[in-house]
Write a protein that binds this ligand. Structure first.
Ligand SMILES: [Fe+2]
Ligand SMILES: [Fe+2]
Length: 164
């Protein structure tokens, strides 16, 4: 049976992945949207990326320290690349926000938004492939479980209803 930590992460990532697919569709809609619709889509995208950044903060505060401690990577933090991608996400969000504020064309905004979503897609996939694998190997460690669960500072996202 999977540990609580892995289940928590999987559930959160599954929700983000589903929402990311929706944002991709919306960005595809941007170039041909009316100004009113474009504003709705852009503001929705900004709010969603802010939510992703809250998730990133949670990972850095709760998950990554425990992973680094138990991954045996010594002074070289195992999660260094993932943390850097979190910084990139925040920077590219600021850039997107600036473009929108300055009234850039829909095609320019859509291109930047597409790049940001591509970054997030790759980041999610890396975390799923690498981080969850590491968690699988270390979560049998009762010390990890204790550290991890002690750091959980918010309830997990709600269960998603089955599609079938
Ligand atoms: Fe992350
Ligand atoms: Fe994540």
């Amino acid at each position: 049976m999977s540990s609580q930590a892995i289940e928590l992460l999987r559930r959160e990532h599954a929700v983000l992945d589903r929402e990311l697919q929706q944002r991709l569709l919306e960005v595809g809609e941007l170039a041909g949207a009316t100004p009113e619709r474009a504003t709705v889509l852009q503001q929705g995208l900004l709010r969603w990326v802010e939510r992703v950044i809250e998730h990133d903060d949670w990972e850095e505060r709760v998950l990554f320290p425990a992973v680094d401690k138990h991954s045996g990577s010594g002074g070289h933090a195992f999660t260094a690349t993932l943390r850097h991608e979190h910084q990139l996400t925040a920077r590219w969000l600021a850039d997107l926000r600036r473009l929108i504020r300055e009234g850039a064309s829909s095609s320019v905004i859509a291109r930047r938004a597409d790049q940001l979503l591509g970054l997030l897609m790759a980041h999610l996939e890396t975390e799923t492939a690498v981080l969850e694998h590491v968690l699988e190997t270390v979560t049998s460690d009762h010390v990890f479980q204790r550290d991890m669960l002690a750091r959980l500072s918010r309830p997990p996202p709600p269960e998603e209803p089955d599609d079938d």
